[in-house]
Design a protein around this ligand. Sequence first.
Ligand code: GRG
Length: 310
Amino acid sequence: MPCKLPSSCNTVKPDLPTYLKSRCNIVDAALREFLPTAKTRPATIHDAMRYSVFAGGKRLRPILCMEAAEACGGKYEAALRPSAAVECIHTYSLIHDDLPCMDDDDLRRGQPTSHVKYGEGIAVLAGDALLTIAFEILADVKMSSRGRYNVADLVKELAVTAGSRHLVGGQVLDLEGEGEDVTLTPTELKYIHLSKTAALLTTSLRLGAMCANATPRKLEALTDFGTNLGLAFQIIDDILDVTQSSENLGKSAGKDAATDKSTYPALFGLEKSRAEAAKLTEKAHLALNPLGRKAKRLREIADYLLDRDY
Ligand code: GRG
């Protein structure tokens, strides 16, 4: 029977898994285009960069970036460069976080970590090169000259997030909080989660929104959403470290407990940690109110992340 709705309403939105898969494919195609080919000289570094970027991964940050653009009335295509840029920053942080001088992990995204495959020197450089190429990719984003934001606004947003007050700063506090004799307070732990996890998720959303010329109110709403989503995401990540296998996670499970790391489950137990993640996800939902129905996918993503098992 023909649909009685106007033709624009005939487009049935795909279910969440189909949508996520299709967005992953879009991000992967953009990354393939923006990153030098594996044979570009010197081949080792480009091979190593692509190895970690294409090892797998949920592509959460680029998906949030593209979806934020749409939630603010723009097109996801406008946010392709920032999407690729945030995934490069994220992958760099994973490569460096796994190094022997940091967390010393040998499994990431279901594959041997960069330093295991290429050696420590190349792994450091692959991280450095991904960090820098993120800005090269972002610098070429096309912004309307009549919009609220320009390319420099986007570059600064990403630089501040990647720097010593957020990602790097969070890692410093994380390093300083290591060891059997150190127990972080809940406030210190939250600060690390805000810096290491929530900051890049929030910036991914904000960059997408800026590409859609978002109003300050919508940008603020997405900032609030990203902060709560990021905290919930990290708590779930810590819970999964306790409850799931390395095989399922694609990274070494059980390490937090083995190294006496301060985490939500370690401080509060699994049940309270789950309840806290659910509460934060609820706050994330509330934050989206100014975006109305256009935020439907972002709401679905928040619920999906709360219920994930990897
Ligand atoms: C600058 C070295 C350096 C580190 C900065 C971001 C960070 C601090 C370290 C990366 C490792 C880490 C534990 C980050 C916390 C956020 C988190 C849970 C990352 C894993 O993100 P997923 O699950 O990973 O989205 P995939 O592989 O799916 O992309």
